[in-house]
Design a protein around this ligand. Structure first.
Ligand code: 5RP
Length: 226
């Protein structure tokens, strides 16, 4: 069951605060997108002298980072990214994720791929046994929209175009309903193979390394089950 929004917000704030312990000293930090990441960015402002700068997973995050006095760096100019902090829409016990509710999945995937450690922060309503209840976002080159949608139906999903939304990369998003994702790594690969797909919001091949989950009992640190 989801948390009421006031308690969800206090859980998000609590995990954002817990994530400050992972901020590298004298290094660059990767920062994600969304309401949980926003709580983190606002708190990161107080530690701005501890980091060299940040790599942002979206234009919105870049703007917010600058607002709190943190320099935003181009990922191509960064040799080392010790940590990436970001939220999620669903989290499995293996720390496989669905992401992209905010539409930033492609840049999030790129930053997560470069980071040595991916710390996922979320309130406990995001934890599920099986991924797929949350519609799976897929970023698509606009001319391939209909083709990709047909292929997603063949994989068992019901894709819906996210109306009135264009990603930071100028593409559209199909939100895929009705999937029971029993094999997240296999499904991530299958969707990646479809011509016209830029990225799928399944983070299974590169899952989170640690999740900080907030609930009424406080923050718990979760590692993938062995
Ligand atoms: C954005 C994302 C977000 O991490 C995800 O949607 C969670 O957002 P929130 O912290 O607002 O619940 O993937 O593309």
């Amino acid at each position: 069951m989801g948390l009421f929004s006031a308690s969800a917000d206090s859980a998000k704030r609590a995990v954002a605060e817990a994530a400050l312990a992972y901020v590298p000293r004298g290094g660059v930090i990767g920062v994600g997108t969304g309401s949980t990441a926003n709580f983190f960015i606002d708190m990161l402002g107080d530690l701005r002298h501890q980091v060299v700068g940040a790599v942002a997973s979206s234009e919105a995050t870049a703007q917010r980072l600058r607002k709190v006095g943190i320099e935003v760096l181009d990922l191509n100019s960064v040799n080392e990214l010790p940590v990436y902090i970001d939220g999620a829409d669903e989290i499995s016990p293996d720390l496989h994720l669905i992401k992209g509710g905010g539409g930033a999945l492609t840049r999030e995937k790129i930053v997560a791929a470069v980071a040595r450690q991916f710390v996922c922060i979320a309130d406990e309503s995001k934890c599920v046994d099986l991924l797929g209840r949350y519609p799976l976002p897929v970023e698509v080159i606009p001319m391939a929209r209909a083709h990709v949608a047909r292929e997603l139906v063949r994989l068992g999903g019901a894709p819906d175009l996210r109306i009135g939304f264009t990603t930071d990369n100028g593409n559209c998003i199909l939100d895929v309903h009705g999937l029971e994702i029993l094999n997240p790594i296999g499904m991530e690969s299958d969707i990646n193979q479809i011509a016209g797909v830029v990225a799928v919001g399944l983070f299974a091949r590169r899952s989170a390394d640690i999740a900080l989950i907030g609930g009424p009992g406080g923050v718990r640190r979760v590692e993938p089950r062995p």
